[in-house]
Design a binder for this molecule. Sequence first.
Ligand code: DON
Length: 304
Amino acid sequence: MNYPSSIKDIYQTILKEEDLGAIATYIPELAKVNPNKFGVHLITKEGFEFGIGDYKDQFSIQSISKVLLLSLAYQLLGDSIWSRVGVEPSGTAFNSLIQLESDLGIPRNPFINAGAMVICDLLISQLVHPKEDFLEFVQNITGNTDIIYSKKVAQSEQKVGYRNVALCYFIKSFDNIKNDPEEVLDFYFHVCSIEMSCQELSNSFHFLANDGFRNIHQEEVISMSKAKRINAIMQTCGFYDESGEFSFKVGLPGKSGVGGGIIALHPDKYSIAVWSPKLNDKGNSYRGMRFLELWTSKIESSIF
Ligand code: DON
């Protein structure tokens, strides 16, 4: 299979189509991004890389970070984390409060905002310098020490993140947040503010396509069994109330962010990152979803 020519063909096809998405504006800093950016980057399990368009531009990876956050927590704390957060698709929006009441403060999965906050709380209890340690983890798996938090994006969200504040304090009322909610929120907003290019993003997820081993030195990031489980949660929960649709159309584990990025991977084959800032009404990149749908159809390969 000639991956580069397939990527080029699909990229050109999508450029000719109308982009029906709309940029996220609820985080003021994200509203400043050029809506026409469009990049794709793929890295195979063996390390072959190919990118097109704006694949070297950094953007806010937002909720995509939650997979890396979970990876660190799962590596450090093992299966004990599942007493604090579930592994079921929520079928609700990423910032919904609805199920928390009946679920007694146990978020359905680690990728909705509530679940990621509980993971932040677990890491705050475990690490001396959670923000620094998480960033170092991300830099190590990407092989790039230039990756940083965007203070501007974190502060921008901190100022208007009323719903996230409500979520965190609500979970605290059920005693499923153990630390100061303000500390948890600060860590959470920073985690979401990490910036990466499509190239860095596909590289940072390479370990999940490679049985838990990072590409450069074949060091184990997490065990094969844990990598399998994280991929399973991405498959079922990576796109919130559009997870079924993504699975149906694309057929790969993946994760989206409101910055317009999507990462998807084929275990034992490749990871692929797409970035286009305009989102559909579920908060997932319109062109990103479209690109990946055409991608697995054209190369006739998905996990199914
Ligand atoms: O908490 C938020 O609302 C954002 N920092 C992250 C949301 C997000 O990326 C949802 N993904 N599509």
